[in-house]
Design a protein around this ligand. Sequence first.
Ligand code: APR
Ligand code: PHB
Length: 395
Amino acid sequence: MKTQVAIIGAGPAGLCLARMLSLHGIHSIILERQTRAYVEARVRAGMLEQGMVELMRRAGVASRLDKEGLVHSGFKLIFDNQISHIDLASLTGGKQMVIYGQTELTKDLYDSVLADSNIQVFFGAQEVCPSGFLEEKPRVSFYYQNTAYTLSCDYLAGCDGYHGVTRAAIPKSCLREYERTYPFGWLGLLSDTPPLDEEAIYIHHQRGFALCSMRSRTRSRYYLQVPLSEQVSDWSDQDFWDELRRRLPASLADSLITGPSFEKSIAPLRSFVVEPLRFGSLFLVGDAGHIVPPTGAKGLNLAASDVHYLSTALIAWYQEGRSDLLDRYSATALHRIWAAVRFSWWFTSVTHKFSDDPIEQKIQLAELDYLLQSTAGQTTIAENYVGLDLAEDFV
Ligand code: APR
Ligand code: PHB
């Protein structure tokens, strides 16, 4: 079996990359360990930067996103029981965010990828093992429906997330890993109830951080900071709503509409980057190369910028025989990744409770207060939140 680009992992990164390549006549095969239904059901974030929306448009998969996505021109930040508004659009020259659940985005990507004759997807691929990255033709061995296959390719894209096989297949001595874990997680809840507000609300509270977000006008997504020792089974829906109310100012707590949850899960928070993102013919893309805590809503958006850079570089190689962009992929992608790692870490550090030491909370409040009363401070938050520009010289 052979292809031009072998893609491991059919999450948003792998699917979107395959579509971008196909639009330029480049064939790819995607190997995914799970079933389509499993991947589609995974509940993740859904706050898209404009750059990600544009990438989806270029990939030809944005018709439902353009119809159903909720455009957000700002968000709210509550600290000391005061509500501040970050007007993203006016602070960034008109940039906005779009709310569209990753589950919906993944469905749209699957519909277009599975109808695309330049892309073949193997769901339920087992023991996926990439090798030969420094040889002329790298390959991937795997089992599909109990039969062993070897896929030969020109290039390999590791889009298999943090726990995937591609990063692990690179010799340890050739990579440098940077990692920070946080002593808490986010307990998330989805319910078919109207959102608390038309914008996302980030809440600093002495009991811990909370976030009120949404998927649509009738579906809400809420999060509570919880200790890592907690289990989802420790939290009934009633416990969740009660705790969320405690972290909200009274006026908002009174208007919160609750209902039964249909998903609850705890996600740990992590900052992680591996350098470089290339080893021979293997390129790491999305969560396989970096993880950010969800506070800045950057995970999915960073995967999109990686896809933009790698697809541009591969297209330049196949259409013009140019290897310079492939050579620059890692450094260019990492520049934007580190900026988002910094922002996500910072936003986490000023909004979450790290200890019971009262000086910590006072310093967080002083920092938020200073930034929010200054246009420069608000602008720096807004610019990072809507996503920093892509490198203009990567063409
Ligand atoms: N073999 C084949 N597929 C694998 C393997 C493997 N050994 N290991 C993991 N995968 C698949 C997973 O099943 C998953 O479908 O790789 C895919 C990785 O998808 P994501 O974890 O969604 O990663 P990515 O596409 O980089 O997503 C970027 O979207 O899902 C969010 O949190 C994620 O915000 C991040 C963004
Ligand atoms: C979400 O809607 O799931 C969401 C929104 C904003 C974030 C993180 C998650 O920062």
